[in-house]
Design a protein around this ligand. Structure first.
Ligand code: WT7
Length: 560
């Protein structure tokens, strides 16, 4: 099987002069990359130190580190101020007994405090567990319990969603409002920094697969090497840049490319609270003169659907735009190129990979429809079912030669799951299907499992199904991704009812809200269909999601 999705669209040429990228594709070495960090000299490091404090030590303390934007306006902090704040938080963590290796969760909206809290946890050598702000009780409970988190930093509002009685390991809750009231000087030199080994735990992100509960993907401090290098070459950060990543640090894009990579490269970052609104987003880019912008296809499609709205804003500062998380349609690339005069650079990676692996470097041509090419030092393979490399044009499993600096260290408490990514000697298996062309450009062709990708967010059907059947009316549930023009996919649930319950729109809405309230808004089914039976395998009686999905795709094809 082979395809040529984009052959009708002309490639867009790159601009070598605007970029940091040097022609090192052939002699690239991660060892050289380490020299950008103190780790290259001493063998020890601390990602929080490298990210913020190092810049103060190197004389950039007065540079603006962040602009925080909300409905009340913009608040800005320098690197010195961010360091002082992380020192203050770090001191409080230490006073509360936090030690190296402890899991400390951060459950906050997208505010400066969220970034500062995460860094302070890392500074004292603990493992940061950032939680997405939309999570509800069960999502929070499952995650903290899984890795026995001992401390949580949150606020007086979000704490209402934390079921403390069901999280036995949780000894302490700290509130940002209380920390703000504490008057201490944060000028601490480096004495609060816990110097750790490259293999020590840095951050844990929970992510869904097609079966079971979310898994804790643990990353190590060595990832810093991957973050600084891709920040320099893929994000193309220069000293005068104003960088905005729209993801929340509870997702890996928001931590790696919202916090670590830009700050390791000393960028001024933008932190914007609140939900998507086209007017606010364009206004923010104009007001703060954003130069680099990292977002997702769903957001671009939403902007594209606003017609000529962009003409009301001065977006001339925008130099470099990047995309991640879901397939980027060629139409969107063409729209942005024509209307916003920017190229959108797709990037491919996963929570598990800890950093970019397939990219469109600013200096290289973009082939709309392709995710880009392997980052220098990375080898991509398209494998058949025997783990053998397939030739150009053939669709197979997208795999990457392991290891590389950002690769996850482990899946928390689940060695079998960790091993399942490495079933072919030397390769990491992504679960994505793809083909590569003669020039090495990789074309995404879907997932090989049942994972759902809605608006760039990864949703495990099992987690949603488990929640659905907790509702008294639901007997069985099968959850799939239904193709959707704006969101890529939406969560669609097929359910059967228990005896005594009658199908109605009210009941469907009640069930939808039940998932929303207990799990999270992003995972709640947008559509529920009540059916008589669900298709099942003959022998084990497992629900056949694939068949449900095929039905949905077929329905759509008939419609269009
Ligand atoms: C899955 C990973 C860490 C990045 C954010 C999502 C899909 C990711 C692309 C892309 C098409 C993409 C894949 C992948 N995906 N980037 N550029 N084009 N699909 O991380 O939540 O761990 O999800 O997102 O299916 O396996 P994630």
């Amino acid at each position: 099987m082979s395809s040529n999705v984009s052959s009708h669209i002309d490639p867009i040429e790159g601009d070598f002069h605007l970029t940091n990228y040097q022609k090192t594709h052939d002699n690239f070495s991660w060892e050289d990359a380490k020299k950008l960090l103190s780790y290259g000299k001493t063998g020890k490091l601390n990602a929080a130190y490298e990210t913020i404090d190092r810049h103060v030590d190197e004389g950039y303390g007065e540079k603006i580190a962040l602009h925080y934007v909300d409905e009340n306006g913009t608040k800005s902090l320098t690197f010195r101020e961010v360091k002082a704040e992380t020192d203050k938080y770090a001191q409080i963590l230490k006073e509360n007994g936090v030690k190296k290796g402890d899991r400390v969760f951060v459950f906050l909206p997208k505010t400066a405090e969220c970034y500062i809290a995460i860094l302070s946890v890392i500074k004292v050598g603990a493992i940061a567990g950032p939680l997405f702000e939309a999570f509800m009780e069960d999502a929070i409970k499952d995650r903290i319990n899984d890795c026995t988190g001992s401390l949580l930093i949150t606020d007086h509002e979000l704490v209402k969603r934390v079921p403390q009685a069901d999280i036995p390991s949780l000894e302490t809750i700290l509130y940002v409002e209380d920390i703000a009231k504490e008057d201490r000087t944060g000028n601490h030199g480096n004495e609060l920094v816990e110097w750790v080994d490259p293999e020590d735990g840095l951050i844990i992100h929970y992510t869904s697969g097609s079966t079971g509960k979310p898994k804790g993907v643990l990353h190590a401090h060595r990832s810093t090497v991957h973050h600084i290098v891709t920040g320099k070459w893929v994000l193309d950060i220069h000293d005068e840049d104003v960088y905005w990543c729209t993801s929340h640090p509870g997702w890996v894009t928001g931590s790696v490319y919202g916090l670590f990579a830009p700050w390791l490269n000393r960028a001024t970052i933008v932190i914007q609270g609140g939900r998507f609104k086209a007017e606010n987003w364009y206004q923010l880019m104009e007001d703060l003169k954003v130069t680099i912008w990292y977002s997702a296809p769903t957001a671009f499609r939403m902007l594209m659907s606003q017609g000529d709205l962009h003409e009301k804003y001065d977006l001339s500062s925008l130099r470099h735009v990047l995309s991640v998380g879901e397939p980027l349609n060629p139409e969107v690339i063409t729209w942005a190129h024509k209307k916003l005069q920017v190229r959108i650079h797709d990037t491919w990676w996963m929570t598990e990979t800890g950093g970019h692996l397939i990219v469109n470097l600013p200096s290289e041509k973009i082939k709309p429809g392709s995710m880009g090419r392997a980052f220098p030092g990375i080898e991509v393979g398209i494998l058949n079912a025997n783990g053998e490399k397939l030739p150009a044009g053939e669709v197979g499993q997208l795999a990457v030669k392991a290891p590389w600096p950002g690769l996850m260290k482990e899946i928390w408490g689940n060695e079998d799951k960790f091993k399942s990514y490495f079933i072919y000697e030397g390769w990491y298996i992504s679960g994505d299907l793809a083909y590569q062309d003669e020039e090495g450009h990789v074309f995404f062709q879907g997932r090989s499992d049942d994972m759902i990708n809605s608006a760039g967010e990864r949703i495990g059907p099992f987690e949603v199904e488990s929640k659905l059947i907790e509702h008294p009316a639901v007997a069985e549930a099968g959850v799939v991704g239904k193709p959707d023009e704006v969101r890529g996919e939406i969560v669609k649930a097929f359910i059967t009812l228990r005896p005594g319950f009658l199908a109605s729109d009210n009941l469907k809405e009640e069930i939808r809200l039940f998932v929303r309230k207990n799990l999270s808004a992003h995972a709640a089914p947008r559509e529920i269909e009540i059916v008589e039976d669900l298709p099942k395998t003959k022998i084990s009686g497992k629900i056949l999601r694939r068949q449900l999905k095929a039905l949905e795709v077929e329905k759509q094809a008939v419609k269009s």
